[in-house]
Design a protein around this ligand. Structure first.
Ligand SMILES: Cc1ncc(COP(=O)(O)O)c(C=O)c1O
Length: 395
């Protein structure tokens, strides 16, 4: 007999990217499809030392249940970092530790969204957010990403014509497009959202991964209490530790605490203590700068290879940070068709249609540069260039 699943499961699919990643598990395939940080840069030894220290020295304490908000010194560390890096004054009570920013997306959606509520997202958009938010059965509307951030004219039109409950955005080195909002776009968006009283869920897992250009302040700096910020240790330390945070004002925070408690009581306390010990004993900025030097080289290598070997009709972004490049074939071509051909030649990427709500973006694609070395990038891009040239010529 068919299982009667809850309505909220309707139309929420297993992530398409996970399906693609299964295909690319074959070790012969050079994959630019995933979105993983480079494990060669994980501070394995330092985390091992921190783990040994906290477990041996404070074992019975760190192995106990803990508070829902998370370890206070870790929240203080995050608050200080906001102050230091972007001048944002945040009280540690406005920060709650979660199991990666992914859980933050779920918890914020849970406290704000009723079935049918309208949510504004970027197009292309982060699939993990679309999946998490979908479980609350909203209606999605989208505005296009341009080279300097979201299209504010589209945003304004949507805000005027629809009662939007929540907007979700990734203003720094967006996944999938690698695009960063300019200063003007940040202020413009904040001002629009203020006029319409719409909350912004500002997801920022990549902000620290800046290789060049100027650091820009979070939109929350202008948006104030309408801004809910998400942060993550995944890309700057290790993702397996599953620690991130939600930063919101006290009224929102009270509700988030309730749903977090109901979901899992608190995030892994031992992991929080190990991470904090790691942060006390090591210089995070130094580590981040090591990651950025490596990713910068990998990105430059990928861009140089693409400039050299891709046909001129194929365009792509040159991000100043993050982990992704976004490309476009001429309009009438399909990167799904290209993907089938590329896999046969042992190179993989993600077709961009996956990041669009309604089948648009069929000519776009995402490439990840963080999880490859230069040798693989050179080989993989040369191979992809051949596949593209063949495909464009035959169609
Ligand atoms: C935009 C964006 N948000 C959130 C996440 C989830 O990160 P975390 O490991 O902090 O849950 C990712 C992961 O790739 C992401 O790209």
């Amino acid at each position: 007999m068919a299982i009667q699943f809850a309505d909220r499961m309707d139309g929420v699919e297993d992530s398409f990217i996970r399906e693609i990643l299964k295909v690319t598990e074959n070790p012969e395939i050079i994959s630019f499809a995933g979105g993983l940080p480079n494990p060669a840069l994980f501070p394995v030894e330092q985390v091992a030392v921190a783990a040994e220290k906290v477990i041996r020295e404070q074992g019975s304490c760190v192995l106990q249940y803990a508070t829902t908000e998370g370890y206070l010194p870790l929240r203080e560390y995050i608050a200080n970092r906001y102050q230091e890096k972007s001048g944002l004054e945040i009280d540690p009570s406005e920060i709650l530790i979660v199991n990666g920013s992914q859980q933050g997306i779920d918890l914020v959606s849970k406290i704000l969204l009723n079935k049918g509520d309208k949510v504004l997202i970027e197009e292309p958009g982060y699939l993990g957010a679309i999946q998490a938010i979908s479980l609350y059965q909203p209606q999605f509307l989208s505005a296009s990403l341009l080279n300097d951030g979201i299209d504010l004219q589209q945003v304004e039109r949507i805000l005027k014509n629809h009662s939007i409950k929540l907007m979700y955005s990734v203003p720094n080195f967006q996944n999938p497009a690698g695009i960063t909002y300019s200063r003007e776009k940040r202020t413009g968006l904040a001002n629009l959202l203020k006029v319409y009283g719409v909350h912004l869920l500002e997801d920022n897992p990549y902000g620290d991964l800046r290789f060049s250009g100027e650091n820009l302040p979070p939109i929350k700096s202008t948006l104030k209490e309408l801004g809910i910020l998400l942060g993550s240790f995944s890309k700057v330390t290790v993702p397996g530790i599953r620690l991130g945070w939600v930063c919101a004002d006290s009224e929102i925070m009270r509700k988030i605490k309730v749903v977090k408690q109901a979901a899992d009581l608190h995030s892994n306390y031992m992991a929080q203590r190990i991470l904090y010990q790691y942060l006390v004993d090591n210089d995070l900025d130094e580590h981040v700068s090591k990651i950025n030097q490596a990713y910068k080289k990998q990105k430059e290598c990928m861009v140089a290879c693409m400039e050299q070997s891709f046909p001129e009709s194929v365009t792509f972004t040159r991000p100043e940070g993050g982990m992704f490049l976004w490309g476009e074939l001429p309009e009438r071509f399909s990167t799904f068709e290209l993907f089938e051909k590329a896999i046969k030649k042992n190179v993989a990427f993600v077709p961009g249609r996956a990041f669009h709500l309604d089948g648009k973006g069929d000519n776009t694609f995402r490439l990840n540069f963080s999880n490859s070395n230069e040798e693989l990038i050179k080989k993989g891009i040369a191979c992809l260039a051949d596949v593209i040239k063949e495909y464009l010529a035959e169609k």
